[in-house]
Every structure is written in structure tokens, then in C-alpha cells.
Design a protein around this ligand. Sequence first.
Ligand SMILES: *Cc1c(COP(=O)(O)O)cnc(C)c1O
Length: 426
Amino acid sequence: MSSNASEFDRARKVLVGGVNSAVRAFRAVGGTPRFIDRAQGAYMWDVEGRRYIDYLGSWGPMIAGHAHPHVLAAVERAARRGLSFGAPNVLESELAERICALFPQVERVRFTSSGTEATMSALRLARGVTGRDAVVKFEGCYHGTADSLLVKAGSGALAFGTPSSAGVPADLARHTLVAQYNDLPSVEALFAAHGERIACVIVEPVAGNMNLVLPAPGFLEGLRALCSKHGALLIFDEVMSGFRVALGGAQALGGVTPDLSAFGKVIGGGMPVGAVAGPAKIMEAMSPLGPVYQAGTLSGNPIAMAAGLATLDLIAEPGFFERLGARCARLVDGLNAAAREAGVTLCAQHLGGLAGLYMLESPPAGFADVQRQDGARFARFFHLMLDEGVYLPPSPVEAFFFSGAHSDEDVGATLAAVRRALRALG
Ligand SMILES: *Cc1c(COP(=O)(O)O)cnc(C)c1O
């Protein structure tokens, strides 16, 4: 019989580190990654037949729960009509129409096959329409693996960015300026020094890749004002927050309108999809109408569009987000209560179906706070929970994900597991 350990040994012989995306290797928590055999609703089962209540949700896409019958039926219908055409299909227009209807400033959409391609294309578009090279990003925000975005702060507040990965040319990284999330003065300083060179500011309007960090009041408004003043584009990377913190994403909650948005994850419903979206006057600078080149063999793939459309059907139903938010709140409140009872430094918060659990006294205001967590302690907690049959993201710097399939019973079972784990953690 196959076991997680034997499958990991096998995988490491043919896949780098045994995985196809780094975080899956459990390097932050140690131990053996679980090889997933199947998933249904709020649960995943590993190859040993163990069931987990899943708070990973494939890192966001599975907001309707795994293998939802409505999504599966749409995928099956589409698959019977062919897997890929390399020519237009009407499902692309249908999904784009839904996105345009949900986001008031969006008039045109370009689908890609991943969030990485979406942010990469948004950056190229911003550089193309402004004729400027520099981009501003925030330490701790993640936008996928495009070279220009794998950049961290240099030494000194106003230093040029330096590559955060080998293989990213320093000459390219110097066009990426790195500011601090929720710290408007750090952005003002960059604009004061380099304003006429800055093509865009790219930001997660609700940060979900340094665990969950909410934007401070006035932060996004301030970015909007700075971009408008200096002729730079404001790009909201809503690959994670879109269709998850609210149906209309973070921009529906905050009242700040970006120039461009990047989407992914939920809009593919578990299939590979990303999108760049914005007003026609910016978007039409893209090929085939404009000079900014963009293309993809499998972009707008009919199966992926069908999965996204069916997922949107489910989450656009009246009351979906109210129910999702209320259950997630129950979980978060229960986590906070359990931590207080156990006298353990741990807290949690959520926005819609995006949640954060922190080895901290109170939710983090920015990247520095997130970094203050005790990684070894988180690793112990993670494995105690995994042994209890609860699958949390395997890193203290990752958010966790709630779905419409998580029931009150699942929340109750999770909280019972948390209380036992916290007692064992001490
Ligand atoms: C996941 C994510 C990406 C990258 O998307 P992929 O589909 O993994 O390439 C980009 N931005 C944000 C905010 C994300 O959460």
C-alpha cells in the first residue's frame, strides 16, 4: 500500500524536492507532505486514507468546496465539447461579462493561465502605457513568480530593490522599488525620489501572502492619491482577495478604485486561470489592438472558463457570502477564545472567506509583525492539528481559506481539535 512517506521518496526521485510548488514540501514545518488522493466538500483524503478538514482550499480557488456537483457538471459538459481550441469560444465572453458586471471600472478582460501571468502582463501593460520602467511593490506582498516581482528591499529605505531569487538580474530588480505595507510615508518617499520613473504601484489590497494583513484605514486611499498625482497606475492584485473577501473583492469593500486588477484562483474554480482587467482605454494598449504583447496557448481554456463560471454561479447566490462570513467568524472567535482559555499566544481574524491565524497577541499590522512569530512553535501546532485531521497551511506566513462547504459541525470539530492541540502545545 502506498504511504505518504513512500510517495514522497518516489516523488523526490523525479520532481525537484518532490513537489511542483515550493510550499507544498513542508519546509517551514518539517515532516512528510501529505499526498492527496481525493477531495470532496470541506475534506481531503491522503493516500493512507486519512481525512482532513481542509483549510488550504488549494490556496484559495476552492471557495465552493471541493468537487462541487454544479462545477463538476459544467466541467464535464465542457470537456465533452473538446479540451482546447486555440480559437475563440463563447465561455470566455461569458466569464468576462460576469467580471465586468461585478467590477464597475472593468470594461475589458484578458484571461491567462495563472495569477503569475496576470500580474506579469499587468506590469508590462502599465510600463507600456506610461512609458516608464519602475514599479513599486510592498515587502511581504506576493504577486507570483515574474522576475520584476521577485524582489525585496535593498538596504536603506530608498535603495533600489534586490533580487529575492537567484537568476533574477540585478539590472532588472533595480527597476522594482520596495515599500512597506500600511506605511504610506515609505511610498511617498519613493515617489518623491523617483516619481517620474514610476509606471505603477502593485499591491494586494488585502494582503494574504504574509499571512492575512488588513489594509490600515487610509492606506489604499493614499496609494490612489499618490498614483493619480504622479501619473502612475494603481494595480490591485486580487488574485487571492478577489471573489473571496467579498464577491466584488477588496475593491468592493474599500471604495478605492484601481486602474488595473489582476485576478486568479477563484475565477478558475480549481482550474488554471488568471486575468488582467481594467478600463478599455488602458486594456486596449494590449495586443492585438495595441503595442503591448500578450498571448497564451491555453488562455481562456473552455474547461477552465466553465469551472470559473460554475463557481461564480454558486458564490453569487444571495446569502452565500453572509453565510460564509458568519461561519468563518464563528471559527475565528472560537480560536481566539480557545487561545485565551489555554493562555497561549495565538490569535485569528478573517475577512469574508480569507482568514489568518497568528502566533501573536494581536493581528499583525505589517510584514515586521508577521516575522515576529515563533516558527518552531507554529510547526508544532501545525503538526498537532494535522494529527487531529485538520489541514492548515504549512507555514506561519500563510493565510488560511474557508469555503461554503465548511459546516457548523466542521467548525465545531476544528475548535475541539484546537483546544486539544493548544493543551499539548502548552
Ligand atoms: C497566488 C497569487 C499569485 C500567483 O498566482 P499563480 O496562479 O500561483 O501564478 C499572484 N498574486 C497573489 C496575490 C496570489 O495570491
